[in-house]
Design a protein around this ligand. Structure first.
Ligand code: HMG
Ligand code: MG
Length: 285
């Protein structure tokens, strides 16, 4: 097909499940990842190697990674907040690790127990180790338009953190509207500043759908040239340290919307629908 490809980066098993108050069985998480693996994703974010006291739901990260059936052509990605998390992720055979920072001081304190500068210092050795080991390194910047603690986030603050993560060697940086309060105008203004630091080909959009504007924000990002978007099957999600954060944009809604706009995602929509059902059942069980 000559339609332009857009990658949907599936974050449901991680961003989708991390906020669930009920501890979901490890085997259920594995089953969700295994089903998603048959849908044709290039990358799936499986879990996070973070302290259990910070995110109890992700305490079984190593077991989940050990239990999944890996499909050729799919890379399995995980979050790593520090060197200890990185080492565990590497031991678990993660194909890609993601380091994450905040564009606001308030959210950095709440999510990372550190100032932005301190968090970047902590991430530098993770990036160095990933480069040395040849493990793909992704970066995230949270609260790229609105912070639940500090309010509107200046585009320049986002661009500065993007530049720092770029300098650490991230091959891609995902821009997170953590609490889903972005608007096409604020997303566009943010991207305008970020694109001075990094081309659109090295950026991803990560929109939570709290206010129902995620798809509009995806369109604003497409107009700026972004071609990778994070999404969660069934619209699962929310960040435990971001009051008011609801689900990520739903993979099935995003894929349908992209198709309507004339893009292809190369995903098996029947499998996605089954995975969305499975995800919703995990949540309500
Ligand atoms: P801290 O408490 O300041 O760190 O947390 P610490 O080094 O003092 O460690 C605390 C305890 O955890 C110690 O144990 C460590 O040994 C242990 P204790 O002495 O108390 O028994 N520990 C670990 N255990 C397992 N795995 C590890 C690890 N590291 C230390 N890797 C820290 C600092 C950065 C670790 C913490 O704040 C943290 O992990 N924060 C991340 C919270 C999180 O996962 N949030 C959600 C993901 S981000 C997100 O959802 C946003 C995103 O979706 C994009 C968007 O929407 O914006 C990506
Ligand atoms: Mg998120």
């Amino acid at each position: 097909s000559c339609r332009m490809f857009v990658e949907i980066f599936e974050v449901g098993p991680r961003d989708g499940l991390q906020n669930e108050p009920r501890q979901i069985a490890t085997e259920d998480k594995i089953a969700l990842v295994d089903l998603l693996s048959t849908a044709g994703f290039r990358r799936i974010e499986v879990t996070s190697f973070v302290p259990a006291k910070w995110v109890p739901q992700m305490a079984d990260a190593a077991q989940v990674m050990a239990g999944i059936a890996r499909r050729a052509g799919t890379a399995y990605s995980v979050l790593t907040p520090n060197l200890r998390g990185y080492q565990a992720a590497r031991d678990a055979g993660a194909d890609e690790v993601a380091i994450f920072a905040s564009a606001s001081e308030g959210f950095s304190r709440a999510n990372l127990n550190a100032t932005i500068a301190e968090s970047l210092e902590r991430l530098a050795p993770v990036a160095q180790a990933a480069r040395a080991d040849g493990v793909a390194l992704r970066g995230y910047v949270s609260v790229v338009t609105d912070c639940p603690f500090d309010g509107a986030v200046p585009p320049q603050a986002v661009a500065q953190v993007v530049a720092a993560l770029r300098d650490m060697g991230c091959h891609e940086i995902s821009l997170g509207d953590t609490i889903g309060q972005g608007r096409p105008e604020t997303v566009d203004a943010m991207l305008s500043a970020v694109l001075d630091e990094l081309p659109a080909t090295a950026l991803a959009g990560h929109f939570h759908d709290t206010a129902g504007r995620a798809l509009q924000n995806v369109e604003a990002s497409l107009a700026r040239g972004l071609r990778v978007f994070d999404a969660a099957v069934g619209g699962l999600g929310g960040c435990p340290y971001a009051p008011g954060a609801k689900g990520n944009v739903a993979t099935e809604a995003l894929a349908a919307h992209l198709a309507a706009l004339g893009y292809r995602t190369d995903l098996d929509m029947a499998v996605i629908a089954r995975a969305a059902d499975m995800a919703r059942n995990l949540r309500s069980a």
